[in-house]
Design a protein around this ligand. Structure first.
Ligand code: HSE
Length: 340
């Protein structure tokens, strides 16, 4: 079966996914029987394009990289019409995250699911704010709402908890959940200034469209909320999670910690307690010999504490164009396998 893919949002992640799908077309077909065409792309900056026979993605990438509007296969349809009217089987929702309202992504997700189309997303808004509703809608329409990319890019977190760790009771999840801030803290330790390093994190495609979300801890709080609700069934609201970012950490704080054999890390934590599931995001000064102390740059790490296996730690990229593009691919392959 050939999958007909639509992409909403042709920014860093949309372009990263496209690069992977172009490069690995033959490999994915041979190894998994996963064949596809990207037939629709909707982007507020570059325009909306549709070709049921498959879009020329090389050209779209070239135009987007040059900051130009798409020049062929243009349709005068809004995103809702794109989702409903195009002959698509799955939509990749890759627009910017809004953790206050979930928009505009939540409307895209609702429309796609109601139109019996699968949704794969790296957008934390719909997952952190509306997961139960979206899951129910997907089940009703016999399609999937897949969110691996919302937590730690393509490093398997949601799928690890749902797949290989199924059967274990997970009592605690704790670790580094934001690539931008971990990269910033790592570089600041080498002597770089806060603003300078934030700019580089943006250029590298680690930071959110509005990097306040990273440095204030809101991005990590979104991920912690997703983990609390999906892995532990907590039913908590994002605003109930105490959250502090790294904006108050100065170069001198980093230096002081270093002198005392310690290192600052932004730590997200979800824990089952006698009083329910408790979640938080806050900077912590940890000992240099702590396992998380050696996790540097945009790398993230999460330890799952389980009843049957003890602690299971996964370390991997937490942000980036190809790394997040891969998170979408992994869910697309899962949908493909389920449909075989
Ligand atoms: N801005 C996020 C980060 C991207 O830095 O971790 C992945 O969610």
């Amino acid at each position: 079966m050939k999958h007909r893919i639509g992409i909403l949002g042709f920014g860093t992640v949309g372009q990263g996914l496209t690069e992977i799908l172009l490069k690995k077309k033959e490999f994915l077909s041979k190894k998994y029987g996963f064949t596809y065409s990207i037939v629709a792309v909707a982007d507020f900056k570059f325009g909306n394009v549709y070709n049921p026979k498959g879009l020329d993605m090389e050209r779209l990438l070239k135009e987007a990289r040059a900051g130009k509007k798409f020049s062929k296969d243009i349709v005068d349809w809004d995103n809702e019409k794109m989702i409903k009217k195009t002959d698509t089987s799955v939509w990749c929702e890759l627009t910017y995250t809004d953790l206050q309202t979930g928009g505009p992504a939540i409307n895209h997700v609702r429309t796609a699911l109601k139109s019996d189309k699968h949704v794969v997303t790296s957008n934390k808004g719909p997952a952190a704010l509306f997961y139960p509703e979206m899951k129910k809608l997907a089940d009703k329409h016999n399609v999937r709402f897949m969110i691996e990319g919302t937590v730690v890019a393509g490093t398997p977190i949601i799928n690890l908890a749902d797949g290989p760790l199924a059967g274990c009771t997970i009592t605690k999840i704790r670790g580094i959940l934001n690539g931008t801030t971990n990269y910033m803290l790592s570089e600041m330790e080498k002597g770089m200034g806060y603003n300078e390093v934030l700019k580089i994190a943006q250029e590298k495609g680690y930071a959110e469209a509005d990097p306040t979300g990273d440095v204030e801890g809101y991005d990590a709080r979104g991920k912690v909320t997703i983990l609390a609700n999906i892995v532990m069934g907590a039913g908590i609201k994002i605003n109930e999670v105490p959250c502090e970012g790294i904006t108050k950490i100065t170069s001198s704080d980093i230096e002081k910690a270093k002198k005392n054999g310690k290192r600052w890390k932004l730590i997200g934590s979800v824990e089952m307690t006698d009083h329910g599931v408790k979640a938080s995001v806050k900077p912590e000064m940890i000992e240099m010999n702590h396992p998380l102390a050696g996790v540097m740059g945009a790398t993230n790490a999460l330890t799952f504490s389980t009843d049957l296996l003890g602690d299971v730690t996964i370390v991997g990229p937490g942000a980036g164009k190809i790394e997040t593009g891969f998170s979408i691919l992994t869910d697309l392959i899962k949908i493909h396998r389920e449909s075989c």
